[in-house]
Design a binder for this molecule. Structure first.
Ligand SMILES: NC(=O)c1ccc[n+]([C@@H]2O[C@H](COP(=O)([O-])OP(=O)(O)OC[C@H]3O[C@@H](n4cnc5c(N)ncnc54)[C@H](OP(=O)(O)O)[C@@H]3O)[C@@H](O)[C@H]2O)c1
Length: 247
């Protein structure tokens, strides 16, 4: 069980949704887990529940991230923090572009840049990137979100190349719709998001996504699970629009 090969993990976006479930899963498997996000109160509650170590900071602040990592040796990095904003590139405001690129892509690149060399030197590590079906398929919605997730798909592939010859594994987890706070934050109304996106749908539970990560980590050390797409059975990507011009 490679869980026993690892001592420490760092999970971004740990205060809610999939991230909190990942912390639960990793601590239950005996790892010392560093839980990162901005909401200090939620992280403290998670720490009280799981024994994780809370780091309340904004991952888009490179100085704060470097200071946190300086004394740490991280075996498992999970880039999970993510934001989405309403609108495509024709309607998105400047903040929406910058925030999504900064959280979903730039911060993750820095975290990999800062942790991968240690993993390679120790010949032991695992990087897990939580991307999205938005990175693999085109469907109506947010241009920037799709772009950042597609970029993280290639970051996952290229990190494997960067780590060539070392016992460092890289896994991309590609979820479809999961029941979390993400849509409520997009539309600014948790109850409305519950009605619009979750009521009556059999969405993924956060434990389903955490279970996929547990499988990837739990495989023998010589096995690299490169990508797991995990979707609700009743959610199917694909489709094609063809607008008819008449007159
Ligand atoms: N839910 C879905 O349907 C779905 C589908 C596919 C992929 N995903 C992906 O799954 C991942 C987790 O999303 P979720 O659904 O669990 O969303 P969520 O419930 O909204 O949680 C997002 C997490 O990201 C953290 N975060 C946001 N900005 C941050 C920042 N600047 N610094 C530090 N932490 C930050 C939030 O914590 P703070 O606010 O406390 O900072 C929160 O813990 C994301 O990458 C998302 O794109 C979700």
């Amino acid at each position: 069980m490679p869980f026993s090969d690892y001592r420490t993990a760092l999970v971004t976006g740990a205060s809610a949704g999939i991230g909190a479930a990942l912390v639960e899963m990793l601590t239950a498997n005996g790892l010392t887990v560093h839980a990162v996000s901005r909401n200090a109160a939620r992280l403290e509650a998670l720490a009280a529940r799981t024994g994780c170590i809370a780091h309340a900071l904004d991952i888009t602040d490179p100085g704060a991230v470097e200071a946190m990592l300086a004394p740490l040796s991280i075996d498992v990095l999970i880039n999970n923090a993510g934001v989405s904003r309403a609108g495509d590139i024709a309607t998105m405001d400047a903040f929406g572009v910058d925030e999504q690129v900064d959280v979903n892509l730039r911060a993750a690149l820095h975290l990999i840049r800062l942790t991968l060399p240690g993993m390679m030197a120790r010949d032991c590590g695992h990087i897990v990137n939580i991307t999205s079906i938005a990175g693999l398929y085109n469907f109506s919605g947010n241009t920037v979100y799709h772009a950042t997730k597609a970029a993280m798909h290639m970051v996952s592939q290229q990190t494997r190349v960067a780590a060539y010859g070392r016992r460092v594994r890289v896994t991309e987890i590609v979820p479809g719709r999961a029941e979390t706070e993400i849509f409520g934050k997009v539309i600014g109304d948790m109850a409305a998001a519950q009605r619009q996106f979750y009521d009556g749908y059999e969405s993924l539970k956060v434990e389903d996504v955490a279970g996929a990560v547990a499988y990837a980590i739990g495989t023998p050390a010589h096995v690299n699970i490169g990508q797991i797409e995990i979707m609700p059975t009743f959610q199917v990507p694909g489709g094609l629009n063809f607008e008819r011009r008449t007159g």
